[in-house]
Design a protein around this ligand. Structure first.
Ligand code: FAD
Ligand code: NAP
Ligand code: SF4
Length: 675
């Protein structure tokens, strides 16, 4: 592969002495759910093979436990017998066939194990698991160390190029190191030396088992972000000891899973945490890998040029685009499908025990199932609506060789993404719009903007198929006074933000209600201002206290906002599993008041009249903003069907309830794969 002048550091090899990595990109560990699926190993091999082919320097697998106690969830994958070795050879062979390299991550979940066999340094339940772990005995500790060494040796038999020892994110090894979770009084707890012993002994026993010519990455928690986490001097002590114990590289871990500080969500600024790796560079001499919210090659290059690290870990960006490295090397950066850090199809799925994929790339983890082979007989296809569903369909259908014309009444492509991108913290949506635009052009889709289509539009020109991707119509309010001047739809808010007064009641607390609330209370987006963002979430760059925490700054909200719903459930309960708490916390910090179990009565000059907990109330607000869900905008589809056209309906036009961009893009892509 050529070293593109744009990315001289990122694309330069990394010499580890006994082996060389072809560039400085590491695909970070991600458990994707194929590990436990029937016949999943073949799909997993195809998944990794595609990333190796795309030029990744070094891949790290999802976490694999050295024993049963270390399972993340019941029947998680394990590396403890020759049967496992045979399975894993499929993966290593697939990666090596593309000149890639791959390490197996050894992960013992400790008290995060979601099962009754969980063990930990001390019998303390974590706030995010219902299972109380058993405290390991001294013999149990020795046995666990042997099992780590055994798993590493088996990984070597399976032809892995190395292992990554998971010592961060609050898993077992991290639990031993921190006073928060280690209350032992024997030689495995208490003093710094004792708390560090388990990590050091793990590295030593793994090194002894695999010999000198095998990569050992140690993932070190450099910033615990939980009370009772390590101080900076403790982290440095451990890093030096890990280097001494025989690790080849140290990777950066940021935050425990139970930390209440966002570390990878879309509102986290790009490369917001690489300063911590830079700080460690002054302390140790082995190569360091940095991570978190690095999603494009220019961000990665900048981080390396700053001297923050020797290598850059990107995980989700390789779900979004397996060819990220090759595209960067060939100067085709604008063709990269950028990870928008939404977690909607990856982490949120894994937490629900579903197979991971990617919102912007539904082929991720479906490499053998969702494909777009060239067609022998191209069709003339019209697509009405250039939102995510229409764009995803048009791009993939055109890639197969079909002749595709994409219409939209708006002056630009993107549909509702043009609204989403305006929400503070959702700036990454611009990248998806750029990707759509470049791909539509690349695949020769004819774009017709500013044209509102009706059934009559199809009388002159004949198409073999018409795909309706006309999206949704926002639901309107049906209570007395819903035509009052105070009432606005959410689209009006974005069209005329200056018309919104100083106090607002939002009707409907779904994804859009929350986003509109953030848009209205936040003075500015902190996602583009990393230092302010860190202070806002109480992350101390000076690391004055243990775990890098300090008191968060209090923002000044731009308005008074009430967020209302009729359901009795907690407001925001339906938001994403891994991101909902961030939205709730952000709004609470901005003094937004949440009301559930609300009955709407009327809107008058006095404001919004409601019944809340059996009590009549008037919220004296300037505006009532309706975010009450949507209905499919499918009238055109019905009219065309009655005229005998071959019609397909996708995205919001197909279903508005439970619609999101993940569904819209997958449905558009799936239709393209079969048409
Ligand atoms: P749309 O995006 O609505 O596109 C439909 C297109 O059809 C429009 O461009 C419209 O102009 C065009 N059209 C309609 N009728 C005609 C006609 N007759 N002739 C020509 N053109 C026509 N989803 C997520 O998954 N994650 C998020 O974080 C997220 N955040 C959001 C934030 C906000 C503020 C909003 C409003 C939405 C958000 N969504 C999010 C939802 C997501 O944007 C939608 O689910 C998605 O856009 C639906 O895609 P679609 O292609 O079906 O429809
Ligand atoms: P939604 O999630 O379905 O929420 C609609 C809200 O309106 C609910 O809170 C509902 O609560 C209320 N509602 C429904 N019917 C009503 C009525 N007749 N009168 C008054 N209130 C009513 O829809 P959305 O917020 O419009 O979002 C649309 C889609 O975009 C969602 O499915 C979401 O997945 C996606 N999206 C996702 C994100 C994200 O961050 N992942 C962000 C934005 C949007 P009650 O019925 O309890 O009143
Ligand atoms: Fe990134 Fe969202 Fe795709 Fe996950 S689902 S890889 S966060 S774009």
């Amino acid at each position: 592969m050529e070293h593109h002048a744009l990315y001289p550091r990122l694309l330069s090899p990394l010499d580890l002495g006994f082996t060389q990595l072809r560039n400085r990109t590491l695909m970070g560990s991600m458990h994707v759910g194929l590990e436990e699926e029937k016949h999943g190993i073949d799909k997993l091999a195809a998944f990794y093979q595609e990333r190796a082919k795309g030029g990744v320097g070094l891949i790290v697998t999802g976490g694999i436990s050295p024993n049963i106690a270390g399972w993340v969830a019941p029947f998680s994958s394990r590396m403890s017998s020759n049967k496992h070795v045979k399975q894993h050879r499929k993966i290593t062979q697939a990666v090596h066939s593309e000149n890639g390299k791959i390490c197996m991550q050894l992960l013992h979940a400790g008290r995060y194990g979601y099962h009754p066999f969980a063990v930990a340094p001390s019998a303390l339940k974590s706030p995010i698991s219902p299972f109380k772990p058993r405290a390991l005995t001294k013999r149990g500790i020795q046995k666990t160390l042997k099992q780590f060494a055994n798993a590493a040796r088996l990984a070597q038999d399976a032809q892995y190029d190395g292992v990554e020892i998971m010592g961060s994110e609050g898993y077992l090894i991290n639990q031993f190191f921190c006073e928060r979770t280690n209350k032992r009084t024997d030689e495995w707890g208490g003093s710094l030396e004792n708390r560090a012993r388990f990590a050091i002994e793990t590295v030593k026993s793994v090194r002894a088992a695999v010999g000198p010519h095998f990569i050992i990455i140690y993932r070190l928690s450099m910033l615990d972000l939980v009370e009772g986490g390590a101080s900076w001097s403790d982290v440095v002590y451990l890093a030096k000891a890990i280097e001494e114990a025989g690790a080849t590289m140290i990777n950066t871990g940021i935050g425990w899973h139970e930390a209440r500080v966002p570390t990878i969500a879309t509102s986290v600024p790009r490369a917001a945490f690489t300063w911590i790796t830079k700080r460690m560079k002054a302390e140790v001499s082995l190569p360091l890998i940095t991570t978190n919210r690095i999603n494009m090659p220019d961000v990665a290059e900048q981080v390396l040029q700053n001297g923050d690290a020797d290598m850059v870990s990107m995980a989700r960006p390789f779900l979004a685009d397996p060819d990220l490295v090759i595209k960067a090397a060939e100067g085709r950066t604008n063709e990269i499908n950028t990870c928008i850090a939404c977690n909607q199809a990856c982490l949120d799925h894994v937490f629900k025990q579903q197979r991971a994929s990617c919102l912007v790339n539904p082929r991720a983890c479906y490499e053998t199932e969702l494909n777009f082979p060239r067609v022998d007989a191209p069709k003339h296809i019209a697509v009405v609506g250039a939102g995510p569903a229409g764009c995803a369909f048009a791009i993939n259908a055109a890639a197969k060789g079909h002749d595709v014309t994409l219409f939209d009444q708006a002056g630009d492509i993107g549909g509702q993404f043009n609204i989403a991108k305006q929400i503070p913290g959702k700036e990454e949506f611009y990248e998806t719009l750029r990707y759509f635009r470049v791909q539509l052009r690349k695949h020769g889709v004819t774009l017709k903007l500013g044209e509102h289509l009706t059934a009559a539009s199809f009388e002159q020109t004949k198409f073999d198929d018409i795909v309706i991707a006309t999206g949704i119509t926002p639901r309107t309010l049906r209570i007395p006074g819903s035509d009052h001047t105070k009432v606005m739809g959410y689209l009006d808010v974005f069209a005329n933000p200056d018309k919104v007064g100083g106090s607002v009641a939002i009707i409907g607390a779904g994804g859009i209600g929350f986003d509109v609330a953030e848009f209205l209370v936040e003075q500015e987006s902190l996602t583009t201002q990393p230092d302010k963002w860190l202070v806002n979430w109480g992350i101390d760059k000076a690391y004055s206290e243990a775990a890098g925490l300090m008191t968060p700054a209090k923002p000044t909200p731009a308005r008074k906002v009430y967020l209302l719903q009729r359901k009795k459930t907690k407001v925001g309960a339906g938001l994403g599993k891994t991101t909902g708490w961030i939205h709730r916390t952000t709004l609470k910090k901005n003094d937004v008041e949440f009301f559930n179990s609300v009955e709407y009565q009327k809107v008058s000059d006095d404001g919004l009249h409601i019944v809340h907990n059996g009590e009549e109330k008037v919220l004296a607000v300037d505006n009532v903003i309706v975010c009450a869900g949507q209905e499919p905008n499918n009238g055109l589809a019905e009219a065309l069907k009655t005229r005998g056209h071959s019609v397909h309906v996708i995205g919001g036009a197909f279903k508005a309830g439970e619609l999101d961009a993940k569904f819209a893009i997958r449905q558009g892509s799936e239709l393209a794969s079969v048409i």
